[in-house]
Design a protein around this ligand. Structure first.
Ligand SMILES: NC(=O)c1ccc[n+]([C@@H]2O[C@H](COP(=O)([O-])OP(=O)(O)OC[C@H]3O[C@@H](n4cnc5c(N)ncnc54)[C@H](OP(=O)(O)O)[C@@H]3O)[C@@H](O)[C@H]2O)c1
Length: 347
């Protein structure tokens, strides 16, 4: 039923390789689900792990190869899954799994763990990546919870970063009733967002122009690859007094808000909200991290019931093969090449 070998990738000391390994028949235990990915997404976090610029949480392990979807190829007797079910993966539950950049992915756990980590896909043939969208759904729900807001209706939301995450924040905040403006440093992602009709010309601006939006936004979502002091200063500048800066990506353990002792990495990873006074302006700083099974369910519901509001398929900019992957991720990680939107590996 299974081949004698299967192809998988390895990341060792910053080098990415793809090779055929013996199929581990001994791994097919009662608590194992094996998934055969049809689609695998490349995330900025994968590139960060290649160059070692990401702090890896021990409770869930490396992210390298965490966005994928495909059928269950094997379901152990105790897993609660069936062969052939279309599933995707939540990397925030267990480190006990192999990389998703492979022809087969092995996830091990108790029935309760697998119930959270392996998510049934209710759509027949999705051409979009559920995990990053579930993280956005989670992050906006967390924003509302932390700020005590009932909704984003009528709120002005600024977003720094038009990467995949920034664009999905824009779609979701707009759907929740906010008016949105996205700021991106480079031209390529600004053009991509307009060409794919994800944002209008009024909704996307150069980051260099952000200061003309001084004191404007009720919420500023900060979502670039790395959160630099300059980015934080810009975010604080464009926030309205008593506004909230919501941090999503790009913090490291030693990061502090400029001119303060505010530990922004802990705020993000522990999903806290803290007051901050920046240049005499009262603000709050909040953060969000990861997602749960319920966020996937909401993500699928939104995509199914509001396909025009969530054209997530249009975020995919390139399809590649597993053989193309080692060179491409190395080029992305070393900034030799850069792609707007989402690059996916298709089998
Ligand atoms: N909280 C979570 O659970 C979670 C989940 C997924 C991702 N993330 C994090 O979210 C961040 C964005 O991810 P993504 O998928 O959107 O990445 P992406 O598609 O690769 O986009 C990266 C974005 O960062 C911008 N950027 C990079 N360096 C910058 C700098 N020095 N100053 C200003 N902008 C800069 C890029 O702008 P240019 O076009 O100008 O290069 C681009 O808009 C990453 O840090 C990622 O790790 C967090």
């Amino acid at each position: 039923m299974f081949p004698s070998t299967y192809r998988t990738t390895a990341l060792v000391n910053g080098e990415v390789t793809v090779a055929a390994l013996p199929f581990p028949h001994e791994a097919l235990g009662a608590g194992t689900v094996v998934i055969r990915p049809d689609l695998m997404g490349i995330c900025r976090a994968d590139a960060k792990e290649v160059v070692g610029s990401r702090d890896i949480p021990t409770d869930r392990g490396p992210l390298f190869g965490h966005e994928f979807l495909g059928p269950v190829a094997f379901a152990g007797a105790d897993t609660g899954f069936r062969e052939g079910e279309l599933v995707t993966f939540n990397p925030n539950v267990t480190p006990n799994r192999t990389t998703g950049f492979a022809e087969y992915v092995f996830v091990h756990g108790t029935a309760a763990e697998l119930d959270q980590a392996v998510i049934r896909v209710p759509e027949p043939d999705p051409a979009w990546m559920p995990e990053p969208f579930a993280c956005i759904v989670h992050a906006n729900a967390k924003l509302l919870e932390l700020t005590g807001l009932d909704s984003l209706a009528g709120k002005r939301v600024g977003i720094i970063g038009a990467g995949c995450s920034g664009l999905m924040f824009a779609l979701h905040a707009r759907h929740l009733g906010a008016s949105i403006v996205v700021f991106n440093r480079g031209e390529s992602r600004r053009d991509f967002a307009q060409q794919r009709e994800i944002l209008t010309a009024q909704e996307i601006h150069p980051l260099a122009d952000a200061e003309s939006f001084r004191d404007t936004f009720d919420v500023v979502i900060v979502v670039p690859t790395i959160i630099t002091p300059d980015v934080l200063h810009t975010a604080a500048t464009i926030a309205a007094p008593h506004g909230t800066l919501h941090l999503y990506g790009g913090t490291r353990s030693t990061d502090r808000f400029p001119d303060s002792t505010l530990d922004i990495d802990t705020i993000r990873r522990q999903e806290l909200i803290k007051p901050l006074t920046h240049q005499a302006k009262p603000l709050a700083v909040s953060g969000a991290y990861g997602c749960a099974r319920s966020d996937y369910e909401e993500a699928f519901r939104l995509h199914t019931t509001h396909p025009e509001a969530f054209p997530l398929e249009r975020l995919i900019s390139h399809y590649i093969t597993l053989d193309d992957f080692p060179q491409l991720i190395t080029d992305i990680a070393t900034s030799t090449r850069d792609f707007p939107g989402k690059v996916v590996i298709s089998t």
